[in-house]
Structure formats: C-alpha cells, structure tokens
Design a protein around this ligand. Sequence first.
Ligand code: BJ8
Length: 425
Amino acid sequence: MTTDNRELWTELGIDLRRHDALLEGLSPAFGQVYLAQQDRPQGMAFYDAVVGDIHGIRVHELRDFARDGGKVVATYCVFVPEEIVLAAGAVPVGLCGGAQFSVPLAEEVLPRNTCPLIKSSFGFKLGRICPYVQTSHLIVGETTCDGKKKMFELLGQYHPVYVLEVPHKKTALSRDLWRGEVRAFAGQMERLTGTSLTPERMARGIALANARRRALQRLHALRRHRPVPISGKDALLVTQVAFYDDVERCVQQVNALSYELDERVAAGNGVFPAKAPRILVAGSPMAIPNWKLHHVLESAGAAVVCEESCTGTRYFSGLVPEDGATLDAQLNAIADRYLNIHCACFTPNEERIGDIISLAHEYEADGVVHYNLQFCQPYANEAVKVERALSAARIPVLRVETDYGGEDSGQLRTRVEAFLEMLRE
Ligand code: BJ8
C-alpha cells in the first residue's frame, strides 16, 4: 500500500479506518483461495497484481480521467448498455458488492432479509469504503428485482443515481418499452458527458464492448477441454476483473491468457486430473471477492468448467451487430441484444433453462450446482423449474443457497462432497 494510494483515498472521501480493515481481510483471503493453487497459468500474474492493488492503480486511472473532465459511470447489472457509455466517451465501471465486510453496515438501514449483493453494494457507499463508487459521477441502477429497485431509491440519497426500467416480460410491448429506455439512457449519457452521440461514436462503443465479449468467449470456450486448462476460480476472477478494467487492456490480457491456454491444451496439460468431476455453476452472480462456492467445489476435487451467471456466460454471450448504419438502428440493435439476457427477473424465462442444459452438454459437465444468494427470490423460485428440467435431462443437480459469510462453510462443504461423491460413482 503506497502513501500515494492513501492520499488518493483521502481525496475521495474514503473512511480510511474501515477501508484498512477491508484490505487487511482481503489479502490473506486471496492468498488462501488463489495463490495457494498449483500450476496456474502465467497470465494470471496480471490478475493477482490487480487484486494485490485492487483500490490503487485502476482508481488512479479513473481519477486522472475524471480530472481531465471525463465521466465515470458505475453499474451493478449487465443490463446497463456499456456501448452507450463508451460511445459517449465515459468509462463504465462494474461495481462489486461481493464482500461480507459491508453487509452489517447496510443492515443498519436495509431489512436484513435482503440479498447479500444488495446489502454489500449499499454498505460500500454508506460506509464510504469503495473508491470506485467515490470516483463515479453517476450510478446506473435498474429495476431488475424489487430489492435492487428499492435500494436504488435509498442510494440516491447518497450519490447521483439513474435507474433504467428493465421490463419483466419479453413481449413486443416490452421490447418497445425497453427500446425507449435505451434511448432515454443515451440522452442521459449525452447530458452527463456533453457529447453528442453519432453513428461513428456508437460504432466504436459497440466494437469495444464486442471485443471484450469475444475475448471472454474465446477464453471460456477453452474450458471445454479435458483436462481443463484453467481453474474455475481463475476463470471467474478474469470475468470479475473485466467489469472494471480498461476495455482495451482487458482484451489484451484475456487474449494473451487464451494463447497460453491454447498451448496447455495442445500439450494436454490441465490444472486438475482429467477425471475430476466437471461442474457447471448456474444462478446468481458472484461479484468480487465472492469466491466462496468455487473454492469449496475445487478444494473438494471438482473442476468448475462454466458459470451460467452474470459473472459468466450472461455477461459475454451475444454480440451487438456492428452493421447499423444509423444511430436509430444501432440503438435498436443494442436494446435487442440486452433484452435477450436470460435473467431470472423475467417471466417466463424458459430460455435460461435451455441455456443451462446446452451449457452442461457443451462443457461436458457431470453435474450442475444451482447457486442462489440468500433471499434472492427470482433465482430461488426459478431453481424449482431448473431442477425439474435437469432431472428430466438426467443431469445431476445440487441446489445451494448461501450468503457471503463463513458460518455455513462446513455444511456447504459436506453437501458438496456428498454431491461429488455421487458423481464419481
Ligand atoms: S441481469 S442476475 S446482474 S439483476 S441476487 S440483486 S436478482 S435479489 S443480481 Fe442480477 Fe442484472 Fe439479473 Fe444479472 Fe436481485 Fe437476486 Fe440479489 Fe440479484
């Protein structure tokens, strides 16, 4: 930790006492969960360095950008069209909300039976612990689930917030509403940045966002190989970092890692034995530093080969067509790509069930762990249909509901071990 960082955090109004306590806990946790892994790809050194200076270099970059008049736009959901943010010359930053640390603070305000992702996010702002939030000029929320929707109202009392209305059905009427919302958001970005959106600027925003998706698609596709060339924990970390890193650097780092994995695959080198049970994790997103389930699974001998989640396939699947000739056509193409995200906030959401089954086949998963954050109603309820569909497809499934705390780790480990034992039989 450099003096320079402390000056920066002070300038951003960070509560240094709380912030020190957060970082003191993060460092050993990362060492135990990540650095203790064997035979990691060399390309992960970049990600280790990013976590090692998690509130340093990137925050400096954003602060310098802001000093030069740039705008930083913070988000919590993959429904926020980052193409538009980029086209307006602003920088999108996906916020974390994966730490238990800020949950008790949030519980002083929010109902305790709120999902940990919402509580953690809110607590970070309330306690002035997150320099990314502090650097941002605007937080863009959404009406995906009720908990978030109402939390954003409260968050608006502490920070500028703009809320996108995400419809909950995928009818023609909903599509029209969403297209209108995307246009209104484009106007909001123009006002925030003072930049008029043009087809050329939008084309660049679309190309950048697609480049990141392509890089992530390529990396994650390599996890289909047996033995798998990268651990699930490492792959998850790459996705988590992608949310807030500079887009071009992200593409470069992810592609470099993929080249290295290509070589591993060609040489038949994997990080786990070829016979390790292969697990698809499906469900709620896992924001940094939520590595809990992956750590339990891989410590018990499994290989997590895919995440059907917003910190997985839902983040990078589906490109925006790059041939839109007018701003209108581009905005429609963006809106349509986002409306095709299969979040459990939609009803019905049969496409997600189809995705889970296809991904289980594509990644040769021996079983699926359906993960939902405690008190997350959309994913908990949808798990019933997912479980039935997987049973019908003869794919073993384990349903897990947990939070960010460590109290249930022993019980979780026991259930995971029993599930893996069953898969090995
Ligand atoms: S598109 S999954 S990122 S909403 S876990 S806050 S749903 S109670 S995170 Fe999500 Fe966007 Fe959907 Fe993806 Fe609510 Fe559930 Fe909490 Fe959730």
